[in-house]
Design a protein around this ligand. Structure first.
Ligand SMILES: *Cc1c(COP(=O)(O)O)cnc(C)c1O
Length: 493
């Protein structure tokens, strides 16, 4: 039986369902599994399985308080024809790597992998725990989580969803996707600030006892759709198991041989899921953590010092990674410290107070499995152009950051271990930058860029992005970054 504990030392343990409902622990820590479950089947036995079947081998190991039937219902409802690829997650070789295409869900970014199942996991949890309150999903987004969460929770009974995005920090397509969202329980606001402001503001609301009381009087309780919720993280483990099996199936490696994983990283959720897959038994040699100009993680992996004290925030062409406070790193620190909640709490307090912290030698030792690198905007565009002209394979800007860092890693280490790259979004979500990268004229308007890119490459435009321009704008609110609570309360009244 797997139980969940806070990264900051509180002794309270929760079941999977309870942790998913709560989202974040009372001591502001994140829920982590007390021990890691092992995969109970051989890789060979998964070779002929489809994505749903692999999911059924992974999820029950983490969510041991759910019945097999409950999880089967969640998995079958989530990973169905909503996904435009029959395999759900195609694993495609281009140049010297395999791309795990995680963007074939409704909103054309990898957030759909977890957010199409989270509403089922949460509503099942509410039934199991006889939760009577209305659950209010509070979400900060750097662009992709917001839309994926809105799609997942729109009109789900007994839930409301409130999303905050940086008003001038997301792509035009990302913004249009969110502000046109239908559903009586959806509330969307731009904020005058960046993603870190949105995430910090949301975490403050979670940590405020007076707000919790006000909400309770309204019959409401907060939860989170951000990757601080363990219900976001656990479904992401599935596709690392899946992609390992596909590499074995395609003959790239034999069962038991290692692979590398490259992840374009922001909040550290996706790469942490790969780390969890390794703890389950998937042989992963190196975790290659790719950042854009907001390269706090590159520096951290190289020095053991996390320092945002004098770091400027850059708005880049990979906006979903424009993040300086990378929440899920806290979970890795906890695991690498040997489950030392007091140590993690001291580090996180240091970050709050001094805007930096230095980890112990023990944690630094554990970080050696990770490689950190970054790519700037120019290198990102160059990578898209080069791979496209070489192979006709089209990447989005985030995936391109990962691809570029992987080429640097190979050149630096000579490591030729078969490698998967997490491909996190459709190129059409960031079409302005991608057009420029493949040599098309520069478009100011994201929708014109989509048409031009489609005409040039012939790559199918995802359903959710077609006719987006003509959809009715339903959400126009922009709030000050210090006034998020008023917006939440107003949404519920
Ligand atoms: C969210 C996101 C990322 C970063 O993922 P994390 O789990 O936050 O590290 C990368 N690329 C895209 C397209 C995203 O939407």
């Amino acid at each position: 039986m797997i139980q969940y504990k806070s990264t900051r030392g509180s002794r309270n343990v929760k079941s999977g369902a309870q942790a998913i409902i709560k989202g974040i622990a009372e001591d502001k820590g994140l829920y982590v599994p007390e021990t890691f479950p092992k995969l109970q089947v051989e890789i060979q036995d998964l070779i002929d399985c489809d994505y749903r079947q692999v999911a059924k081998a992974v999820l029950p190991q983490f969510l041991t308080d759910y019945t097999q039937e409950e999880l089967a219902h969640c998995i079958d409802s989530a990973y169905d024809e909503k996904f435009e690829a029959p395999e759900v997650v195609p694993v495609v070789k281009a140049d010297n790597a395999w791309f795990i295409e995680l963007y074939h869900g409704k909103t054309a970014a990898f957030k759909d992998m977890a957010l199409s199942i989270l509403p089922y996991l949460l509503t099942t949890a509410m039934k199991k725990e006889r939760e009577e309150s209305k659950i209010v999903i509070l979400t900060a987004t750097s662009g992709d989580t917001g839309k994926a969460a809105l799609e997942g929770f729109a009109d789900v009974p007994n839930t409301e969803i409130v999303v905050f995005f940086p008003d001038s920090g997301v792509s035009q397509v990302q913004k249009q996707q969110m502000v046109t969202q239908e559903g009586a329980n959806t509330h969307v606001f731009g904020i005058t600030g960046n993603f870190d402001d949105a995430q910090t503001g949301v975490k403050h609301i979670f940590g405020n006892a007076a707000y919790a009381k006000t909400l309770a009087d309204m019959g409401c309780k907060l939860s989170s759709a951000n990757s601080i919720n363990i219900g976001r993280l656990v479904p992401q483990v599935i596709y690392y198991v899946w992609s390992y099996v596909q590499l074995v199936k395609q003959g790239a490696l034999k069962a038991g041989e290692p692979m590398n994983v490259v992840v374009p990283t922001g909040n550290f959720g996706n790469i942490l899921a790969a780390y969890y897959a390794k703890q389950m038994g998937i042989p992963i040699h190196r975790f290659i953590c790719a950042s854009n100009e907001n390269k706090v993680l590159t520096d951290f992996i190289n020095t053991g010092c996390y320092d945002i004290s004098e770091r400027a925030f850059h708005v880049t062409n990979s906006p979903s990674m424009d993040i300086l406070i990378s929440s899920n790193l806290e979970r890795l620190l906890y695991h690498l410290s040997g489950n030392d909640g007091d140590e993690v709490k001291a580090l996180m307090d240091g970050l709050d107070q001094n805007k930096k912290y230095q980890v112990s030698e023990k944690i630094k030792e554990g970080l050696k499995e990770f490689y950190g690198g970054f790519a700037d905007e120019k290198e990102t565009k160059a990578a898209i152009g080069e791979l496209y002209s070489k192979t006709q394979y089209l990447m989005d800007t985030h995936t391109a950051v990962a691809y570029k860092v992987y080429q640097d890693y190979r050149a630096e280490t000579g490591d030729e271990t078969p490698t998967v790259i997490a491909s996190t979004a459709s190129a059409y979500k960031f079409a302005e930058a991608v057009c420029d990268a493949v040599g098309l004229p520069q478009f100011r308007n994201g929708f014109d860029a989509i048409s031009a890119l489609n005409a040039f490459t012939g790559v199918t435009v995802p359903k959710g992005l077609r006719n987006l321009e003509s959809k009715k704008v339903l959400h126009t609110g922009v709030v000050d970054k210090d006034a998020l609570w008023d917006a939440v309360k107003g949404s519920l009244e």
